[in-house]
Design a protein around this ligand. Structure first.
Ligand code: 2RA
Length: 336
């Protein structure tokens, strides 16, 4: 049914990883094309030993395309995705443009695969900070029903795009050489600093990034009663987001049980050995497709509280990997 594929935003940071993951996957397509903004037209891309020219993202580029996987800025996704759908193409979208549309399923394949098959042409992939948290919450929710979550994030510079990474590297260099640097992506210096704002002011003193963690989590978990308090912070880490997650469940989950639940859930790796200084760290998780958890302990201040540390590559499971897994899910077909 899906014979031809387009990768939209193929030359961007997430797009490049999508191409790499598709190349390594077992997926086969009769036709594949790579689309990007005018700026990238003429660039070439090698895919499974063949060279492809990057084509311009235009509505007509979707003629004859069955399936697209897309990573673009929100405004581009708002404009082009309806054009693709009009032409019979199913789009897996990494942007935030369509995530909260009630007609659009928001999917993490390990968590709510069934939702993907309700699509009307668009399937959205969640925000990076939401995805890793929800993967970790799902086994706890299935066992003990999650009632409340307090999460603080430590988000890497790469989450803000290539400009974010450049700001971190150049800003660090300038700081060490004691010369000024004009940050282009961040509103404040990131080197040797933290910025407790990601996104724009959105609701009651919370930012758009924090509200994504609240609203997207409830949509994916199909449970509007889950209470979530999020604080999102940009940290001077190159790649991979980290989170401290405090979860209160209806049924008590002991540390041993949590470890067992995490370890048996697909896509989660437990690294939890405090005496031997073993826990997930951004450097170790970069380039990996899983969600890593560690520092699992009881919350000493509440009867059914559990706290843990969660790290994942924001460009991979937080973006490209999840989108490609949705493509694999669609091709594999509905779970029984
Ligand atoms: C960030 N979560 O890290 C965003 C990217 N979607 O800025």
């Amino acid at each position: 049914m899906f014979r031809s594929l387009a990768v939209v935003g193929a030359t961007g940071a997430v797009g490049r990883i999508m191409v790499e993951l598709l190349e390594k996957s077992a997926l086969q397509f009769e036709n594949i094309k790579f689309l990007a903004s005018k700026r990238s037209v003429g660039k070439t891309l090698t895919f499974r030993g063949r060279e492809y020219s990057v084509e311009e993202l235009r509505p007509e580029a979707f003629d004859g395309v069955d399936l697209a996987v897309s990573s673009t800025p929100d405004e581009v996704a708002r404009e082009f995705i309806p054009e693709a759908v009009k032409r019979g193409c199913v789009v897996v979208d990494e942007s935030a443009a369509w995530r909260m549309d009630p007609e659009v399923p928001l999917v993490i394949p390990e968590v709510n695969p069934h939702a993907a098959f309700r699509h009307k042409g668009i399937i959205a992939s969640p925000n990076c900070s939401t995805t890793q948290m929800v993967v970790a919450l799902k086994p706890l929710h299935d066992y003990g029903r999650v009632k409340r979550v307090v999460v603080s994030t430590y988000q890497a510079a790469s989450g803000a795009g290539v400009g974010g990474t450049k700001d971190l590297i150049e800003g660090t260099r300038a700081y060490l050489e004691d010369r000024p640097y004009q940050y282009t992506t961040f509103a404040h210096p990131l080197a040797f600093n933290l910025i407790p704002q990601i996104g724009s002011p959105k609701h009651a003193g919370y930012t758009s990034e924090e509200m994504k963690m609240v609203l997207e989590t409830r949509k994916i978990m199909e449970d509007e009663s889950i209470q979530i308090c999020a604080t999102c912070v940009r940290v001077p880490v190159a790649n991979s987001h980290s989170e401290t997650i405090l979860v209160e469940t209806e049924k008590k989950i002991t540390v041993e049980k949590a470890r067992e639940l995490f370890a048996s859930f697909p896509g989660i790796v437990v690294v939890d050995d405090l005496p031997n200084k073993k826990y997930p760290m951004p450097m170790d998780c970069t380039g990996r497709d899983e969600v890593f958890v560690g520092r699992i302990r009881e919350d000493l201040s509440s009867p059914n509280g559990l706290v843990f540390w969660c790290v994942s590559d924001n460009l991979r499971k937080g973006a490209a990997t999840n989108a490609v897994q949705i493509v694999e899910l669609l091709i594999r077909g509905r779970p029984n």
